[in-house]
Design a protein around this ligand. Structure first.
Ligand code: EPU
Length: 424
């Protein structure tokens, strides 16, 4: 098992380039299944999740080549595709579910291992299943697999989502582009990553109206053509670097970033005392003195992103004042709070609220990353804690942050990747 040893007390300063978004590229890779031939994706981050999705596409019969230096990934999709996503991959990456829509629309059959804890109709996949069912897919669940079949093809339908789910919007969208007739998705998610997927599908020949709004209207077409597409910048990675500048009293310029994708988060950093300055290719964040506490409520886009919530709890834990952070998307995201309190943070949770009393000092200790964002949240806290913080289980961080230790070191941070004995 690997760990990061972070020595606190340094100020981060310098320039970093943000890669393409993890949460976009995984869906763009799934969307490549919709067209026979070579799809070429650029700005593809060198992260664990991309390699898991590449393996999944290979098992479906595709040839996948990745050039990490050029950040280019080519998927060559055959005429005849497989239809199974195996448990060993789905277990490691829940986003594997993104192949469900493309497979059922192109092959008429998809067998996707159920991510732990899910069953047909249960919270987690109910909107994916409900939407595709309306389009004519039949679902069964046996031996840990969710099977969707539509041998005669899918038909366009009117779909109202209970909640603007990112994954359900994407699956229904990718199924609808090859369905017969018109599909309307109401209360659709409108994250920049969904806009990116819509734009790639449009380039491929799909008929989509309402891109970027909460009503997507899709006119199905007979077939799509493979294209070349640049992945949208990773707003969460950009926001993480900006928060690192704020927490360390530093000065970081991020390139390949769109400030308009991060408006609420950057506004919160300004409230915390940071200066944000737009540049030609991104933005610069600088901070002097101690941050001020800021309240945050996570919501679907354009609300404050849940994927920046742990980073902001870390920031608030050393800020002047008290704050409340409300998590509306993933309750399990507060699991990281108990790790943060090991560093001396004064945080209490009650349901989906966290109450944070800023402390002048945190003190380094061994802690465990429970997911990718919790992991970077702990690194942020470690950067301002006295002494050394050892974050274990860093494969979670590797899932979403390319070249993390190298970039952090280039900014003046003290961080080292070490091997530690695995537990039990
Ligand atoms: N939900 C349901 N039923 C469904 C679908 C979702 O109840 O059919 C619930 C989920 O259980 C969750 C909430 O709705 O409580 C939000 O889920 P959503 O479908 O919007 O999220 P997702 O597609 O599973 C993606 C990102 C997450 C990001 C969320 C919200 C990927 C691979 N994952 O997840 O990213 O937090 O959208 O923006 O795109 C991360 O990168 O760390 C991460 C978790």
């Amino acid at each position: 098992m690997q760990a990061f040893v972070v020595t606190g007390g340094t100020r981060l300063e310098g320039r970093v380039t943000v890669p393409g978004a993890k949460n976009s590229v995984l869906k763009l890779m799934a969307a490549s299944l919709l067209a026979v031939g070579r799809t070429r994706l650029t700005h593809v981050p060198d992260i664990l999740d991309v390699s898991i999705m590449a393996e999944l596409l290979r098992r479906l019969g595709c040839i996948v080549e990745y050039d990490a230096v050029a950040s280019v990934l080519v998927v060559d999709v055959p005429e005849e595709l497989g239809h199974q996503a195996d448990y060993d991959l789905v277990r490691r990456m829940r986003a594997s579910i993104a192949v469900l829509g493309p497979l059922v629309s192109r092959v008429g059959l998809a067998d996707v291992a159920l991510p732990g804890g899910d069953a047909i109709g249960s919270r987690g996949l109910d909107m994916h299943v409900g939407g595709l069912t309306r389009m004519g897919a039949e679902f069964t669940s046996e031996h840990g697999f969710l099977t969707a079949s539509a041998p005669g093809g899918l038909t366009g339908a009117q779909i109202w989502l209970d909640f603007p789910s990112v994954g359900a919007t994407e699956n229904i969208l990718m199924a609808a582009v090859l369905a017969k007739g018109r599909t309307v998705i109401d209360n659709a998610a409108r994250e920049p990553e969904i806009v990116d997927l819509c734009e790639m599908l449009q380039q491929m020949g799909a008929g989509i109206e309402g891109v970027g709004s909460s009503t997507l209207a899709i006119e199905g077409v007979e077939q799509l053509a493979p294209v070349e597409h640049a992945t949208v910048p990773d707003r969460i990675v950009a926001g993480t670097w900006a928060t690192m500048a704020a927490i360390t009293g530093g000065d970081i310029t991020v390139d390949y970033a769109h400030t308009k994708h991060l408006e609420i988060a950057l506004d919160k950093l300004v409230t915390a005392g940071a200066m944000i300055e737009a540049t030609a290719t991104g933005f610069r964040t600088s901070m002097q003195g101690r941050p001020r506490a800021v309240d945050v409520v996570t919501l679907p886009y354009p609300g404050f992103p849940t994927d920046l919530q742990p980073q902001f709890i870390a920031l608030n834990s050393v800020a002047e004042g008290v704050s409340m952070v409300t998590e509306n998307l993933f309750e399990a995201r507060f699991r990281f709070v108990q790790e943060l309190t090991r560093l001396g943070a004064d945080v209490h949770t009650d349901g989906h609220h966290a109450f944070i009393k800023g402390r002048r000092r945190l003190s380094g200790a061994p802690v465990e990353a429970t997911d990718v964002r919790a992991g970077v949240g702990l690194v942020l806290a470690g950067l301002v804690a006295e002494g050394q913080t050892t974050v274990i289980d860093v494969h979670h961080i590797d899932r979403g942050y390319a070249d993390f230790t190298e970039l952090l070191t280039s900014l003046g941070g003290e961080i080292e990747r070490v091997d530690v004995p695995s537990r039990g």
